[in-house]
Structures are given as C-alpha cells and as structure tokens.
Design a protein around this ligand. Structure first.
Ligand SMILES: [Zn+2]
Length: 515
C-alpha cells in the first residue's frame, strides 16, 4: 500500500502531469477535454493528423536545435480561507459548464469549431468569460471532430477493402464493417481553462501565501481574490520559472484544484546521423524495437485483473438492463473504482516500458507508427476490452512526451500494412499473419516474431518519401506490391519453386537408376 501510494505520488504529483509541447491554445484545450472525459487532473493531447501533416512537422522539427515544451504543475489545492469565496467560484462554474456544453454541441453538430465566433447563447457570464468558454468548447469540439473524422475514414477504407475482398472470393466468415455514430462529448468534470483576461496569477510578496489568484466572477467589478499556497515540491518545480498566462481550474471531490504551467526549451540532443530504431506498439508487448527487444505487457497479474474487471462490468451491465426493464429510475453506475485503478496501473507500466526502452537507446532516432486507436477494430469483443485495458493510445503519447522531455528525436511514419508487410520481400498480406504473435511470409517464407517484423518495417519507413506521399491504404498497398515485384525480379534466380525442384531430382534419380 505504501509503495503504491509512492508510485502514485511520483506519477501524478511530484512528477507533475506534464503535457506535450505545442504551446498553442488548441492543445491545452484538448487537454481539458481529456481531463473532462477521463476524470483526470491533466493529460497530454494526442497528436492526430494525416500522415503528410506529421511528415511536414517532422521535417520542420529536424532543422531545429531545440524544442519548447510546456510543463504543468498540477494538484495545487485552493485553500478555503474564506468559504464564501469558493462558493462564488462554484456559482461561476455551473454557469460556465452549462454554456460550454451548449457550444460544444453547437460546434460538433452545426458549424466548424471557431474560437472567434460571435457569441450566440444567452448567459449571465461576462463577455470575457463568454469568450473563454467559446475557446474551450472549440478546442474540445475540434479534437472530437478530428478523431471522429480519422475513425470514419478508416471505416470507409475497411469497407472498401471488405467489398473488394468479397468481390474476389466471397468469405462468409469475414463480417462487414459497420459504423456506430459517435456521441457528442460531455463535460463531466467541472474544468475551466482560463486565460489572463479572467484569471490573473500574481506573486504574493507581503503574506504567507505564494500567489494570489484574481478571478472575475458573476458579480461585476468585484473580483475574487483567492490565496495560493504551494507545497515544497511545487515550489521546487516552479523555482525561477516564468509562468504561462493560462491556468486550469478543476473541481473534484469537493475541492478546487489549480494547474499552473511554464515553458521550457529543451536542446535537441540526438545526432542527425544517429541510427534509427523502429518501435512497434502492440498489445502482447507494449513496445518492440527493430533491434529485437520487447518492453512491457499486460500479461500476468494485470491480465488477470483485467479479466476480473471485465466480468464485473458485464454483470453490472446485465443488472442495469434488468432494472431498466423493470422501470427502475435509479440505476447502478457503470464506472468502477477498481477499473480506474487498473487503468492507472496499466499506464504506469506503459510509462516504465517507455523509460526502459529509451534508456536502452539513448542515442537514436525513435521511429513510431502514426497510430489511430480510435480506428482500430477487432472482430472479437474480448479483444476490444483488451485493447481499452492495454490503453494503446497512451503509448504513442507517452513516447512523444518522454522523447521531447529528453531532447531525443522521435518521428512518426505511415502505419498502414506495417504489421502485414514482409520485411524481406515487402509482400503485404493478411495471410502473412497466421496468428497474433507470429509472422510468416507466404511468398518468401521469411518468419519471425510479428512485432519485430513490424518494427523493422517502421524503421525502414523513416525518410521514405515515396511511402509518406501515399494518401490512403490502397496507395500504400499498391506501392508495397510494386516493391515486391522489384524484389522478385532481383531474386528470380535464388527463389526456385519447390515442386519443380522435386520433379527435377526425381527425374535424375530415375535416369541414374536406369543407367
Ligand atoms: Zn516475404
């Protein structure tokens, strides 16, 4: 128990839940969105975009000698020096949340998210607060739209793929991909992403407190002044740093929490000529490198816990359905404390795996796949549960963040067919994967661990402009097939069809026997 709380503290408090660089507002707003969705104090945004976009970013980053990252100092509790004060904040929050939700729905369903849109809804909030609300809602909606779009595109590609396959040779076992429309994001945890127009952080020089927060409230011309007292580890983290003007206020379990942030320049340490190491992200092994090592997994104890948790969820869901049918109005909740604890522990083991992997390759370009977890689908339902338990999406985020923090170079590359392509002859085929863990090429019979094969492919995709230019999966497949043809041309003499060879020997034997 003591050890656990120590780990927890390290991961969530002392370690400062830090989020990744772009100091643009959008990413910080995305952070709030994750906060709201995951019930966490702060999380890093996922970088999502087309592969061409990430390639552009990579190119731009390569020329830089340093990178600016934003570090957050979280879990600063606001002191209830005067209870009335925080009640005013509660009032503000309820008006804020209601308005924010209206804009989120509006931006997700009616128009494209726009931070500068003309205020539309009636509210008791001031114009400044109204603008802050619109900005936060636009960020959340933009992030939702981008991810939904990526998932929908992936669905369309899957569908086209399925239709083509059914046209060639009908297979009743392969189920037609279906699309379930996403629900509109909901702000559940009260969270305000404020800027200097509404919340000012000022150093306190004449009191026992470290800062004063000046928050404008519903009561015009009468701002709230809330004292902030830092813990020693907060103070240490903030020593000599210039604070950013944006602040995050979260209300959880009856308390108000503040997050402050500051920018830091990290020099890029990776030599441009350093070798590149491909990293495959997976479920059986969190990370597999092209050099053949595996790091972390959800096997063993974690897997057992995940299975138990899944059973519990299913029982609860059944009970809910039953009660609903009976006309019960108060239904049992779907979230479970043990499930949340489990997901935290999985994240911790992911972080450990990332640290170990990077420690083993301190001087290398880390090449990872531009992976969209939202678009991943598995035939088996248990596989879906496994996927969410292993929290695949957290792995690339953590990889990007830790490399940025250490000044290491990380580049994302096209992910399509990286697990189906043969690293020897480039032949891409579903049939190359007889099962989840192994790879066996049906053309050149090259066989090895499936994740290692994928990592080797990823490493070789770094700097591959032809592949990066592919707009969709079909184009990638066509390119890989043409490369396979080239390979066949070059290896024509080496690869001999086995039956012909046998026939030849048989004839020879027969002739010698006769002679
Ligand atoms: Zn092959």
């Amino acid at each position: 128990m003591k050890r656990q709380s120590k780990v927890f503290r390290k991961a969530f408090i002392f370690y400062h839940r830090l989020y990744q660089m772009p100091s643009s507002l959008a990413s910080i707003e995305q952070m709030c969105y994750y906060t709201a969705r995951q019930g966490e104090s702060c999380a890093r945004p996922i970088k999502i975009g087309s592969s061409d976009m990430s390639q552009k970013l990579t190119r731009k980053r390569k020329r830089k000698t340093q990178r600016t990252i934003t570090r957050a100092v979280t879990h600063i509790r606001l002191i209830e020096a005067n209870p009335g004060k925080l009640e005013a904040l509660d009032e503000l929050m309820s008006a804020y949340l209601a308005l924010c939700q209206q804009y989120i729905t509006y931006f997700c369903t009616e128009i494209n998210p726009d931070k500068y849109t003309t205020p539309l809804f009636e509210t008791e909030l001031s114009d400044r607060w109204h603008r802050v609300t619109i900005q936060q809602a636009a960020g959340i909606a933009q992030s939702w739209r981008t991810k939904r779009h990526a998932a929908y595109e992936a669905y369309l590609e899957d569908l086209a793929d399925w239709q083509r396959a059914q046209g060639e040779e009908p297979d009743s076992k392969r189920v037609e991909p279906t699309w379930n429309e996403w629900s509109i994001p909901e702000l559940r945890v009260p969270c305000i992403q404020a800027n200097v127009n509404v919340v000012v952080v000022a150093h306190s020089t004449d009191s026992m407190f470290d800062y004063w927060l000046r928050i404008s409230t519903l009561d015009k011309g009468n701002p709230l002044r809330v004292p902030v007292k830092l813990a020693s580890y907060h103070r240490k983290a903030l020593e000599g740093k210039a604070l950013n003007t944006s602040t995050l206020l979260v209300r959880r379990k009856g308390f108000w929490w503040l997050t402050l942030s500051f920018d830091e320049d990290v020099p890029l340490r990776t030599d441009p000529a350093a070798p590149s190491v491909g990293v495959d992200i997976g479920m059986a092994n969190f990370l597999t490198t092209s050099t053949g090592e595996h790091y972390g997994s959800v096997h063993g104890k974690l897997r057992q816990r995940q299975k138990r948790d899944r059973k519990k969820r299913r029982r609860k869901a059944k009970l809910r359905a039953y009660l609903k049918k009976k006309g019960c109005t108060k239904l049992p909740s779907t979230s479970s404390a043990s499930g949340q604890r489990l997901s935290r522990h999985v994240k911790q083991s992911i972080n450990r795996a990332v640290n170990q992997m990077l420690a083993a390759h301190p001087q290398a370009h880390i090449i990872y796949e531009d992976l969209s977890v939202a678009s991943m689908r598995f035939k088996a339902r248990s596989m879906n549960a496994y996927l969410s338990a292993s929290q695949l999406g957290h792995i690339p985020k953590q990889l990007v963040w830790v490399t940025a923090k250490r000044g290491m170079a990380a580049h994302s590359v096209q992910a399509a067919y990286s697990s189906q392509e043969c690293s020897h002859c480039h032949y891409p085929d579903r049939a190359n994967r007889p099962n989840q863990g192994s790879f066996r090429c049906i053309v050149c019979h090259h066989s090895e661990h499936a994740d290692h094969n994928a990592a080797v492919n990823l490493a070789s995709r770094f700097g591959d402009k032809e592949l990066a230019a592919c707009k969709n999966k079909q184009e990638v497949k066509a390119l890989l097939l043409s490369r396979h043809e080239n390979w066949k041309q070059q290896h024509r003499i080496v690869v001999v069809d086995p039956p012909a060879q046998l026939g030849l020997w048989g004839d020879l034997e027969a002739s010698t026997g006769l002679g």
